[in-house]
Design a protein around this ligand. Structure first.
Ligand code: GLA
Length: 693
């Protein structure tokens, strides 16, 4: 048993393989946090120290490290839950009512039951632990058992207490074409808030926290948590005046009110969290392994070709077939037809909502292209943007009331489109039927589901910020039941929906519309900290890159894209013989190393050089591969030393190099002495495979 309870003093100790988490119920009935960190001893050793007020201005409620602070009484700190009862009472007073423990194959779950001491309003704190992964999933489930509706104005899923000041907080900032820009900032007095208010986007911040004590990849303490939600989230980090740092995350209260009718319950999105005593790498490995085993659909992801950058909206059967033939010749396994195939979709101006095949572009129907793709032994994928409609589309003309809007206001467009109110049953039914029909009528193996604008003017309902994304999850989950082999890619103007809420419902992420191979190194590095490599779609595209204007050699572009699930997005009909041959070689190599890349352990290696090398390693059992990138050498033109990680000290590894053939070295040598490597010129790169002898 990993969950231990001392019923004498109501103290709970949760142990995973190498971490512990503890809390208890104090004399006031408050659920008080006790410990989070390296594994500790028996539950009997833990006790709840008496709390004394610092002063009358710092009441006990304020200084208590509560597991789940509610709004009410002498509490002025961030609360996780605020509810208003029918009689106007706007505070909660909880009391502890016992606990339950459940067990599964590789998990255990502790549920602590709380209830308001006057109203029949229940709050269950869930702690689901996965001991082998050193991870825990926390959430709260609330239930209104009163005879009247209850308004919930704020609901964060959990609060965490970290017993230090001066921590580093890291997350990502960004925007379209520049997602996943990692930032690190010192936590000091005052609050750090990260959030998303756009309803569909994680471009700007990502719903996770990482707090570290000057950690490196392999050393130092790291506390982390990732919220399983793609809609509006908020997270607050605060160093309190009482010598600790607290962090909480959950639904963004911005413009959001949940109404719980009598009998209703609401399950807040969970936070997947953990502690590492050995730096960021352990955090990454635990999350990646968990995602691999518990969240992602099993199996390797196909090498795809996507025609978006090559043809944009100018798609037609003849040209797409030519592209498909070339893609098959290169070694692609999946051909994806992007935007432009439906309705009057010739640009962003029209078409969204009219999901019938454009006859001018596909005079013999989609079947002609699909048959050709299947005849080439590839799978077929297609792009859709179901949540949206263009004002000019027939769908909007027929159903102007299907969009989010206020009757008295002009609705804003963005990318010339409105957002459908998919929380309306008739709109949801229309979308489900349209997609089901598409998947039933055609042999489609892959859906790229896009969403290219934020939600606005949501109408009178104040819970749509949450319900919208739940409806997306619901439609896809239902479609997958009926079409279980179809893979779904989550795209929202590039990497706008990258989170642990959508992962599992969808299978792949479109990481970013920024396909510049150098920019991608930064994006991929940040992404890799939290999210699994297998879901990271990365394409090789043409140069000069449409966004950066950069010219980058094709080998570097391949190496950069081979760091994730490889895709090709070039206009391959323009490839020279050399480019064709290089692509064939690279794609063949990728297929060989694919199990290592997609299912291995990922290492961000240290670069000891003054030149900015990017060094990454992947290791799966006895086989591995590493990449070195040098975007630009500096004056002095230094080499670097690649010190691998995760190897067996005394085993011998064979490295397959292009310059020196096979090299045999011990694990100890490769990890401590390392390989000296010097890359020359701009955008130089190297990939070396190795295996244990
Ligand atoms: C978004 C996506 C792109 C592409 C276009 C099509 O921008 O991120 O990959 O699908 O839409 O309009």
């Amino acid at each position: 048993m990993s969950i231990a309870v001392n019923t004498k003093n109501d103290v709970f100790l949760i142990n995973t393989k190498s971490t512990s988490y503890a809390f208890g119920v104090d004399d006031l009935g408050l659920i008080r946090h006790l410990y989070w960190g390296k594994k500790i001893g028996a539950v009997e050793e833990l006790e709840l120290p008496q709390l004394t007020e610092v002063s009358t201005n710092d009441p006990v409620f304020e200084i208590t490290r509560e597991e789940f602070p509610v709004y009410g009484g002498l509490r002025y700190k961030e609360h996780c839950l605020k509810a208003t009862f029918a009689d106007g009472t706007r505070e909660l007073v909880y009391q502890y009512c016992g606990y339950d423990v459940e067990e599964g194959d590789d998990w255990e779950e502790l549920v602590v039951h709380l209830k308001d001491n006057h109203y029949e309003f229940l709050m269950d704190l869930h702690y689901k632990i996965y001991p082998e992964y050193d991870l825990m999933e926390r959430k709260v489930v609330i239930q209104n058992q009163t005879a009247d509706p209850v308004q919930v104005e704020k609901l964060h899923s959990a609060q965490f207490h970290i017993p230090y000041e001066d921590l580093n907080f890291s997350n990502v900032h960004g925007h379209w074409g520049a997602e996943q820009q990692r930032f690190v900032q010192k936590v000091s007095y005052g609050k750090i808030v990260i959030e998303n208010r756009r309803g569909i986007s994680t471009h700007n911040h990502n719903p996770y926290f990482v707090l570290d004590r000057n950690a490196t990849e392999t050393e130092g303490e790291v506390y982390f948590g990732a919220l399983r939600l793609s809609g509006n989230f908020s997270g607050v980090v605060e160093q309190t005046p009482y010598g600790e740092t607290l962090v909480q995350m959950g639904l963004n209260p911005h413009d959001c009110v949940l109404e719980l009718a009598p009998g209703d319950s609401f399950e807040a999105p969970s936070i997947l969290c953990g502690y590492s005593a050995h730096g960021f790498e352990t955090m990454t490995h635990n999350l990646h392994r968990f995602a691999q085993d518990h969240i992602l659909r099993p199996g390797l992801r196909p090498v795809l070709y996507n025609s978006w950058e090559a043809t944009e909206f100018h798609v037609n059967s003849r040209d797409q077939i030519k592209l498909a033939q070339k893609a098959a010749e290169l070694g692609a396994e999946l051909f994806v037809l992007d935007d432009g195939w439906f309705g009057e979709r010739h640009s962003i101006q029209n078409g969204l909502g009219d999901w019938y095949v454009n006859e001018g572009k596909f005079p013999n129907g989609l079947e002609e292209l699909i048959d050709a793709v299947k005849g080439l032994n590839m799978k077929f994928g297609i792009w859709v943007e179901p949540e949206m409609v263009n004002p000019k589309a027939q769908l909007y003309q027929q159903h102007p009331d299907w969009i989010y809007h206020y009757e008295t206001r002009v609705s804003d467009t963005s990318r010339v489109q409105y957002v459908l109110n998919i929380t309306k049953p008739e709109v949801r039914a229309f979308l489900y039927e349209m997609l089901d029909d598409l998947l039933t009528r055609y042999e489609i193996d892959y859906i790229k589901w896009d969403a290219n604008r934020p939600i606005s003017q949501t109408g009178p309902q104040r819970d749509v910020w949450y319900k919208h994304i739940q409806t997306v999850y619901g439609i896809v989950t239902e479609l997958k039941k009926k079409h279980p082999d179809v893979l779904f890619e989550a795209c929202a103007s590039g990497g706008g929906r990258i989170d642990y809420g959508i992962l599992g419902v969808f299978d792949d992420f479109w990481t970013s519309d920024n396909t510049d191979a150098y920019d991608r190194l930064y994006i991929q590095d940040s992404y890799s900290r939290i999210y699994p490599i297998k879901a990271m779609r990365a394409w090789v595209t043409d140069c000069p890159n449409f966004l950066s204007g950069r010219m980058i050699p094709l080998t570097f572009r391949y190496h950069s894209a081979m760091m994730g699930s490889l895709g090709i997005g070039c206009n391959i009909l323009k490839f020279s013989t050399e480019e064709t041959e290089l692509s064939q070689r690279m794609i063949a190599q990728y297929k060989e190393i694919r199990p290592i890349i997609q299912e291995g352990e990922f290492y961000r290696l240290e670069n000891p050089s003054a030149d900015r090398y990017f060094l990454y390693e992947y290791l799966r059992e006895d086989r591995g591969v590493f990449f070195a990138f040098l975007p630009q050498s500096k004056v002095g033109h230094r080499g670097t030393t690649i010190r691998l990680r995760g190897l067996e000290e005394n085993a011998t590894y064979i490295l397959h190099t292009s310059s020196k053939g096979e090299i045999a070295k011990s694990g100890g040598y490769l990890m401590h002495h390392g390989l000296e490597v010097k890359l020359n010129g701009d955008y130089a790169s190297l990939m070396i495979r190795f295996e244990k002898q």
